[in-house]
Structure formats: structure tokens, C-alpha cells
Design a binder for this molecule. Structure first.
Ligand code: PEP
Ligand code: MN
Length: 281
């Protein structure tokens, strides 16, 4: 390997061109089928969560995102519903069959989150929380590891290496925007990180356009860019009444905007063999 910054990427590096990790959850093979995760930033009241979930199911989305434990910049901001949020997610999971993607904020709340999560999300702010990485590495549930907002790709891969080194090979990477000199967006979506990561690693790579954009009007174009560049999936903050979201309201998109992105994905698959997203007609 030419670049020595990757010398310790023992488990994350591709062994050959065709080396690819496929993570199976239900009928979806992540890394092969397009992974679409949608839902509000935070878990909200049960009624609205059910209504959002029903819309997602109607559109063929199988993974619901929503945080019960939220990493907020300000200690005065809403911190998430905690255990009450986990209970709501559990009801939704049982009634709708949606798979749950939710954040593990710390080791204290791990057991609660683990009760309901199908995919454990590690947030950008926790990418280098090595004890938390080791904790999620000690179990086999897939981990959605977001890129730290100031992390280089080698630092990012080393974070994944922490998880894998504990025995969990099921890591999904997620580019969610990084800090740059320009603040015209909340973060700068490092679109080149997607093909660069895919060249280096066998792990699936998805994109979070919501936290990169910071405003809903940019979410559709950034999603299209992610699809065009070969991302294995998207995680998008979506709400029935986006402006009323309890957190990250400015960047939440509506269900009909999500529909536009889903149509774009389906249209691609008409022209060439494209990663399937299964849609209910
Ligand atoms: C989130 O997904 O709501 C979130 C906090 O994301 P990030 O860790 O990328 O900021
Ligand atoms: Mn958010």
C-alpha cells in the first residue's frame, strides 16, 4: 500500500477489487440493495411517529430513523425522549415491521437503545469515542458509523477499525458533511469521499444529505449527487410537517419530497442494473 496513513487499516481495507461486505437485514442486503433510511431527527409523540411511519411504509421505505437520545450542541436544546422514545420505537417496529435505526449516545443508554435498534447509529460527534466504538464492536448488530465532522478518511477508517477489531464486521459508513472554511451550508458534503472510500474499503458507504445541507431545499440535489456517485444508500430526515420537527426542522423534507428522491432511484434502475430499492406499488 502506497499511502502509509492507511497502514493500520487491517480489517477495513479491501483485499482485492471485488471484496465487498454485504450486510443482511431482513430481505435487504446492504451493499447490494439500495439502503433508504428516512424519518424525523428525533423520536416525537407516538401519533405523529405512527403517521410518518405509515407514509414511509406506503412508499416502500423499510428503515425508520429517529433518535431517542440526541447529541445536541446546546445543553438547553431538546435532548430526546429517552426511554419514552425507545418505547414508541418499539411499538412502531412491532406494528409496522419497519427496521429501526437509532443513535447510541453513550454506554449508559446502550442497553435501552439495543432493545429496539436494528442498526446502531454512532453520531458524528462520537466517531472518536473509542470506548463506545469498542462497546458496539463487542456485539454483532450492524453499526451505522457517521464520519466525524473534522475527520480525515484515515481517521474515519480507524474508527471503523476499532469496531471491527472487537469482532463486529457489520459496519456501514456514512458521509454526512465536514467542516470547511465555507459556511454557506451547515456542513460541506464531501461527495468525493464516497468513491474514495469505496476504492479503499469493502464496507458499504451511504450519504446523509440532511446534516450536510442544513436546509431542506438542498436535500434533493445532494441526494441525487450521492446516487450518481455510487453511494450504497441514503439517510434522510423526513417529516409529515417538516417545519414542526422537534429538532433539525430546517433540513427536514416532506414525504412528497422523499417521493421525488425515490422516483429518481427507481428511474435509474430502468436504464441500467442499479441497486434495488424495493417499492410497494
Ligand atoms: C442525526 O442523525 O440526527 C445526527 C445528530 O447526525 P450527526 O451525528 O451526523 O450530526
Ligand atoms: Mn438531526
Amino acid at each position: 500500500m502506497k499511502n502509509t496513513v492507511y497502514k493500520d487499516c487491517r480489517l477495513t481495507m479491501k483485499e482485492n477489487e471485488n471484496h465487498k461486505t454485504i450486510i443482511k437485514i431482513g430481505e435487504i442486503n446492504i451493499g447490494e440493495d439500495f439502503l433508504m433510511i428516512a424519518g424525523p431527527c428525533s423520536v416525537e409523540e407516538e401519533d405523529i411517529m405512527f403517521r410518518i411511519s405509515e407514509e414511509l411504509v406506503k412508499n416502500g421505505v423499510r428503515f425508520l430513523r429517529a433518535g431517542a437520545y440526541k447529541p445536541r450542541t446546546s445543553p438547553y436544546s431538546f435532548q430526546g425522549l429517552g426511554e419514552k422514545g425507545i418505547a414508541i420505537l418499539e411499538k412502531i417496529k412491532n406494528k409496522t415491521g419497519l427496521k429501526i435505526v437509532t443513535e447510541v449516545l453513550d454506554e449508559y443508554s446502550f442497553d435501552k437503545v439495543d432493545q429496539v435498534a436494528d442498526i446502531l447509529q454512532i453520531g458524528s460527534r462520537n466517531m472518536a469515542n473509542f470506548s463506545l466504538l469498542k462497546r458496539v464492536g463487542k456485539q454483532k448488530k450492524p453499526v451505522l458509523l457517521k464520519r466525524g465532522m473534522s475527520a480525515t478518511l484515515s481517521e474515519y477508517l480507524m474508527a471503523a477499525e476499532y469496531i471491527m477489531n472487537e469482532g463486529n464486521p457489520n459496519v456501514i459508513l456514512c458521509e454526512r458533511g465536514i467542516r470547511t472554511f465555507d459556511n454557506h451550508c451547515r456542513n460541506t458534503l464531501d461527495i468525493a469521499a464516497v468513491p474514495s472510500l469505496k476504492k479503499l474499503t469493502h464496507l458499504p458507504v451511504i450519504v446523509d444529505p440532511s446534516h450536510a445541507a442544513g436546509e431542506r431545499d438542498l436535500v434533493i440535489p445532494l441526494s441525487k449527487a450521492a446516487i450518481a456517485i455510487g453511494a450504497d444508500g441514503l439517510i434522510i430526515e423526513t417529516h409529515l410537517i417538516p417545519a414542526e420537527s422537534w429538532s433539525d426542522a430546517d433540513q427536514a423534507i416532506s414525504v412528497s419530497q422523499l417521493g421525488e428522491i425515490l422516483d429518481f432511484i427507481h428511474a435509474q434502475s430502468l436504464n441500467k442494473p442499479f441497486k434495488k430499492i424495493k417499492k410497494i406499488a
